[in-house]
Design a protein. Structure first.
Length: 611
């Protein structure tokens, strides 16, 4: 037992002979705590190893050196724990001001704490770079020189961007309409770049041939132009699309100097690439990009308001808040479109909303655009996020009755849309309305339509799909007033069309019965949701035909715009069977009204008008 508690300490090769063996010029086996030669002659207490780092007569034993090293490491661990506890207390005070004050302790001076926070930020940045380089060589196709920028391109690229020999920008006056379009239609919803920053980058690029412009200035200017042009393109391959690809390709020349983990500008650069990827899905995957941006944001703590002790200047604090809310809104929107999980939970973020305006429109005409759309969009995303996490992502036991929660979420979204301020333009309201309708349909069918949703909910899906098709079809006919529509709107339309077709294929009995469905019990009154009126069989068949025609028109607009014909072909193939069944059933009903539509689309008997 004694041998187990005090194991024999040996080293495979002694660091140096003990003093006695060294003087006697005999072999020293380096056994600890005393070598065999000293132990044999009874000189155990006098055995001490020599070290070239110490003068003769001042040697330290191996055990003593280890003990000294352990004591030093223990002191460092204790100091690190103390610093971590102090930082945690400061964050808790900032994020939860209603908690009781922390226990008394040594005061933390502002200057020392700011210096420590700065060191921590630098360390996080270094860790981000080291983690990429330390692991990149272990993956197939990666090299030792893999950087964060190359990692972004490797994970998010779908097709390689074309390379151009010339990257000359047009004259300054020629890009003014594009900048105005970006600020008035895109930046008002995603204001991660302040107008001051944007104009500063443009000025730097255009002054003296851009000799004094930073890589971030070139990146910002070119990608803003690319996003503005791509958002106005009407067909993939037209002049505006080609110019957008050219500017985006020239921006990628600066990616190595722009994308470095651990900095706010790097996240802003990633968001710009996310916006472009939403308009050019052939070259980039927006879901991978927003995931990288979200994790980079969390890494540097932008999902929490910094403690007051850091004394961050107001402009810098405003940029932090804008960046967080834009990443949050994009992450929620993109994840729902792709039916993927969110990058971070709602509970992890505690950031104050940004200001409504940069400067004053009355005193400074350079900043006429308010951020009301961005603020309102943030409210909608939080409603959607809560519903999506509860119905799709929660690990909690499933709700026994999901309808009350569904109805409340839908009601909150529709009331949000009704209460939109008048300052938001009509085209932006149309964009928001389609977003609400898509989300309502998504919430109403989390696990399919059969056996999981009431008849009232299924008829609601029909009504929402019909309104969505009408709005999107009207937009396709008046493209001059189109706001920021992207390839994600094509994915939303595909989702709405699939739900609508499934409804006609599975629940035609409910839709064509001519009866008004009963609102489920324990449900909030959907007073802000359009009511469902009783429609005759002929009217419901005509509305179904019209909705299919409108959806096809929307696909004919969006598919060529983004070069994705598969969605239109799949819709036509699936809707062809539905159209034939509608025609056949309606013909049977005209011949014998009391027989209903004859058979449903699944081959079973259904009924028509009430007998």
């Amino acid at each position: 037992m004694a041998k187990v508690e005090t194991p024999l300490l040996r080293v495979s090769r002694p660091v140096s002979a003990c003093q006695r063996c060294r003087n006697a010029k005999i072999k020293c086996d380096g056994k600890l705590p005393a070598c065999s030669a000293c132990e044999k002659v009874g000189k155990t207490a006098e055995c001490a190893s020599a070290n070239d780092n110490f003068a003769r007569g001042k040697e330290r034993s191996y055990v003593a050196s280890l003990e000294t090293r352990v004591e030093k490491l223990e002191r460092q661990i204790a100091q690190a724990k103390a610093r971590k506890a102090a930082s945690s207390n400061l964050l808790n005070i900032s994020a939860q001001p209603f908690l009781s004050p922390p226990m008394s302790g040594p005061p933390i001076h502002g200057r020392a704490q700011r210096k420590e926070a700065s060191n921590i930020d630098d360390l996080v940045s270094d860790f981000g770079f080291l983690s990429v380089n330390a692991t990149a060589r272990d993956f197939n196709g990666f090299t030792r020189d893999m950087s964060f920028a190359r990692l972004v391109l490797s994970t998010s690229s779908r097709e390689e961007m074309p390379r151009y020999t010339s990257h000359v920008l047009p004259q300054r006056y020629a890009i003014a309409p594009l900048i105005e379009h970006y600020l008035g239609n895109i930046n008002v919803s995603y204001p991660f770049l302040t107008e001051t920053m944007l104009y500063g980058s443009i000025d730097a690029v255009y002054q003296e041939g851009g000799r004094n412009a930073s890589p971030m200035d070139h990146w910002t200017t070119r990608l803003v132009l690319a996003v503005a042009l791509a958002s106005q393109s009407r067909r993939r391959g037209d002049t505006q699309y080609q110019d957008a690809v050219r500017y985006a390709s020239s921006a990628l020349d600066h990616i190595e100097k722009v994308l470095h983990p651990g900095s706010v500008p790097a996240i802003q650069a990633l968001i710009l690439l996310v916006l472009y990827s939403m308009l050019d899905p052939h070259h980039f995957n927006s879901w991978y990009l927003i995931g990288l941006a979200s994790r980079a944001m969390v890494d540097i703590g932008l999902h929490q308001d910094p403690p007051p002790e850091l004394q961050i200047k107001e402009p810098e604090l405003e940029v932090r808040r804008r960046v967080y809310h834009c990443v949050y809104d994009l992450d929620r929107s993109i994840s729902m479109v792709y039916s993927r999980g969110f990058s971070f939970t709602d509970g992890s973020g505690h950031v104050t909303a940004p200001k409504l305006r940069e400067g004053s429109a009355a005193t400074n005409p350079l900043f006429p655009y308010g951020l009301d759309p961005a603020i309102q969009l943030g409210h909608l995303r939080r409603i959607q996020s809560e519903a999506y996490q509860k119905l799709f992502q929660s690990d909690r036991p499933a709700l026994e009755d999901t309808w009350p929660f569904m109805a409340k979420s839908i009601q909150n979204m529709h009331r949000w849309w009704v209460d939109l301020p008048d300052v938001i333009v009509h085209s932006m309201k149309q964009l928001f309305r389609c977003d609400v309708l898509f989300s309502s349909i998504l919430i109403l069918s989390p696990t399919g339509l059969k056996g999981t949703l009431s008849e009232y909910g299924k008829v609601l899906i029909f009504e929402y799909a019909f309104e969505y098709a009408e709005i999107m079809s009207s937009i396709s006919q008046d493209q001059g007033k189109v706001s920021f529509y992207t390839s994600h709107d094509l994915l939303r339309t595909s989702c709405v069309a699939d739900r609508f077709l499934d409804l006609l294929l599975i629940d035609s009995t409910i839709l064509f019965s001519g009866l008004v469905p009963v609102i489920p019990l324990n449900s909030p009154a959907l007073d802000d949701v359009p009511g469902i009126s009783s429609c005759g069989l002929a009217e419901m068949v005509n509305r179904s035909r019209r909705c299919l025609n409108l959806l096809e028109r929307v696909f004919e607009w969006l598919c060529p715009r983004f070069g994705l014909p598969t969605h239109l072909n799949e819709f036509r193939a699936k809707s062809r069977m539905v159209r034939q069944s509608l025609e056949a059933g309606y013909t049977n009903w005209n011949a014998n009204p009391r027989a209903g539509l004859g058979v449903d689309f699944q081959g079973g008997p259904i009924y028509g008008l009430p007998r």
